[in-house]
Write a protein that binds this ligand. Structure first.
Ligand SMILES: [Zn+2]
Length: 128
């Protein structure tokens, strides 16, 4: 069975074709519930909710922001598409495209700002 075959169209476009969901369109950019954000393709745990924050940087608003990833969960790749030099974030397990990471010393403790597409994430909420 190939789990990548039956992805819904937006996820397929973003995760497999390095697309970007429209800002403010995703389900998690305002999410504040506690839990773990898993890869929407393979369920690999990627980000913890306590690393999530709401950015005030124009251009990065409208997508979920994190200042750290779960250790060993992601891979970084240089990306010079769209006339920009960026660093792509992919799931280490299934290589799905997740978003990009930027240097950000103004908003994050880590200096890293992960700008991730909601559609690539599944929030597994902690039990209250
Ligand atoms: Zn994955």
């Amino acid at each position: 069975m190939n789990p990548k075959k039956d992805l819904e169209p937006t996820l397929k476009h973003v995760a497999l074709e390095n697309g970007t969901e429209a800002p403010f369109s995703g389900k998690y950019f305002k999410e504040t519930a506690r839990g773990t954000y898993n890869c929407a393709v393979c369920a690999n745990p990627l980000f913890a909710s306590d690393t999530k924050f709401e950015t005030k940087i124009p251009g990065l608003m409208g997508w979920p922001s994190f200042d750290d990833a779960i250790s060993g969960s992601i891979e970084l790749r240089p990306d010079d598409s769209d006339g920009m030099q960026r660093t792509e974030v992919v799931c280490k397990n299934c290589k799905a495209h997740l978003g990009h990471v930027f240097d950000d010393k103004s908003e994050t403790k880590t200096g890293k700002h992960y700008c991730i597409n909601s559609v690539c994430l599944n929030l597994e909420k902690d039990n209250a």
